[in-house]
Design a protein around this ligand. Structure first.
Ligand SMILES: NC(=O)c1ccc[n+]([C@@H]2O[C@H](COP(=O)([O-])OP(=O)(O)OC[C@H]3O[C@@H](n4cnc5c(N)ncnc54)[C@H](O)[C@@H]3O)[C@@H](O)[C@H]2O)c1
Length: 248
């Protein structure tokens, strides 16, 4: 049995993870951690009371780095779904995971459809020299751009060093009109409103044609097979992984 603690247990994703863990024959839920009315308020409180094999974190961007430092320094393996970690923080966590031999899998998106959308976008980025990303989420999402958009841009940038090729010099008459200029000039536009859960469209263009690759999550259930897969992977391998695509 794999002993699971869920951090952010009372949140939208935390609740879904709890349901999924309860249906898995090889896992036991040992702790529900949440600063807001959790069985335990902190990871330390939970660790002092129960044996945790893997902590699954779906909290918030401001909390995740501290949570991860605590877990990796205290030999608690992690599966991280919380978004908002910077590239340098991810590098630091990778080093810490390796020096402490503690497993840590970070995935900005656990849905298989979104992972495929990212892979397809990376494939297309070899053949187009212009691309932009539009991500659309519910209006309670705290970070922008989404972790999925950042990871998608990073994957596309690995295969093409300029994705705004031939664009003229631009002036924004309203600041932000062109979105965030991320890796290799890939612009990311973040939409926030009710009605969306999590969607992303990667738009490619070249003379005389456009290509759009789109993924829509319509229910948080779509993330759960990926979360369970990640838990089993970390339980077995105790290594550092960034991106679900690396274990599919
Ligand atoms: N990786 C993925 O596939 C994926 C999918 C959806 C959402 N997310 C990310 O997951 C995170 C959570 O999303 P959500 O929609 O469930 O948010 P939410 O606001 O519904 O839930 C967050 C929960 O975490 C708790 N919390 C905050 N700080 C904490 C701390 N320091 N310790 C313990 N508990 C704490 C809050 O009280 C809340 O109950 C966000 O970063 C979101 O972007 C990732």
């Amino acid at each position: 049995m794999i002993n699971i603690a869920v951090c952010g247990a009372n949140g939208k994703m935390g609740q879904e993870v709890i349901k999924a863990v309860r249906t898995a024959d090889d896992m036991t839920l040992v702790a529900r951690i949440d600063i807001n009315n959790g069985q335990f308020a902190t990871i330390k409180d939970a660790k002092d009371s129960v044996d945790i094999d893997i902590l699954v974190d779906f909290t918030q961007p401001q909390a995740i780095y501290e949570n991860a430092l605590y877990c990796l320094n205290n030999n608690i393996n992690m599966v991280i779904g919380t978004t908002g970690l910077s590239d340098s923080q991810i590098d630091e966590l990778k080093k810490l995971s390796e020096t402490t031999n503690t497993g840590c899998l970070i995935a900005p998106n656990f849905s298989t459809g979104a992972v495929l959308m990212m892979k397809f976008a990376q494939m297309a980025a070899k053949y187009f020299n212009n691309a932009e990303i539009i991500e659309l989420h519910h209006n309670q999402k705290k970070d922008a751009p989404s972790g999925t958009a950042v990871k998608t841009a990073a994957m596309m940038a690995e295969v093409n060093d300029n994705l705004a090729s031939g664009n003229c010099a631009e002036t924004e008459t309203i600041e932000g009109a062109r979105g965030a200029n991320s890796y290799n000039n890939i612009h990311i536009h973040s939409v926030r409103m009710p009605g969306f859960m999590a969607s992303q469209e990667v738009v490619f263009g070249s003379n005389g044609q456009t290509l759009k690759i789109r993924h829509d999550s319509t229910d948080r259930e779509c993330y759960m097979p990926g979360v369970l897969l990640a838990i089993r992977y970390v339980s077995e391998h105790k290594s550092f992984v960034y991106g679900l695509d690396n274990i599919l």
